[in-house]
Design a protein around this ligand. Structure first.
Ligand code: ADP
Ligand code: MG
Length: 230
């Protein structure tokens, strides 16, 4: 039996805008085991990002439960969520969200600043992560001195520097050309296979989704299919 990492049940998220309520997620249930590589697809507005924000502890559900490594995180307060986020989850988004005028090395070190780790050890860890993504020769470059693919590699290094067991990637190849997208996807595959990192990835491209081993489809805030792909 595979160890369950993420388990959500009846998860709903309703946004209140003016007088109307938008049910972005409607009683979603899903469990994900340690080491899985799950692709999520669905039309624009179907709730994918809302789901990722909840899974990533960036947001809390309107109702339902979310168990992460057996801990009920649906009822935690902000500081507790921030701590879980910092230790358990690495984020990779479409826009690279790197600090400008800040070197690759410093960007990757950022998540370690909260941990009180000594500077030297921080640097070692960040270097290690940059090596893992193949950017050891670009550590002193700032984002505007790097290609899109290289910037996304920095983001991935930043996502793994804390040894987080989960990577959440929301359209990580959305701004990249086909060849660079394939390189980034190979990197996710390698992290999943070699380091056992659980990868959950949102994409609207079939080719990209095919890198995962399970495909979950959303529509109108619900899961409409969930199947193994290879
Ligand atoms: N912060 C928000 N406030 C109000 N409505 C939102 C907010 N975020 C998303 N929504 C709405 O929730 C639904 C799901 O959005 P989202 O999760 O971003 O979909 P997807 O990522 O699949 O495109 C959409 O109808 C969207 O307009
Ligand atoms: Mg989205």
């Amino acid at each position: 039996m595979k160890e369950i990492l993420i388990e959500v049940s009846n998860l709903s998220r309703i946004y209140h805008v003016g007088d109307s309520d938008i049910a972005a997620l409607n009683k979603v249930g899903l469990s994900i085991s340690k080491g899985e590589f799950v692709s999520i697809m669905g039309p624009s507005g179907s709730g994918k990002s809302t789901f990722m924000n909840l899974i990533g502890c960036l947001d809390t559900p309107s109702s339902g439960t979310y168990m992460l490594e057996g801990i009920d995180v649906s009822c935690l307060v902000r500081d507790e969520l921030a701590e879980i986020r910092n230790n358990k989850i690495g984020f990779v988004f479409q826009g690279f969200n790197l600090l400008s005028r800040t070197t690759a090395l410093e960007n990757v070190e950022l998540p370690l600043l909260y941990s009180g780790m000594p500077a030297r050890q921080r640097r070692e860890r960040a270097l290690d992560a940059l090596r893992t993504v193949g950017l050891e020769d670009r550590i002193d470059h700032q984002p505007n001195q790097l290609s899109g693919g290289q910037q996304q590699r920095v983001t991935i290094a930043r996502a793994i520097v804390n040894n987080a067991p989960i990577i959440l990637a929301d359209e990580p190849t959305g701004n990249l050309d086909t060849k660079t997208s394939a390189e980034i996807m190979d990197l996710f595959v390698r992290l999943n296979r070699d380091s056992g990192i659980t990868v959950i990835l949102v994409t609207h491209e079939n080719d990209i989704a095919a890198y995962g081993r399970r495909l979950v489809r959303f529509r109108d805030g619900s899961i409409i299919s969930d199947e193994a792909t290879s």
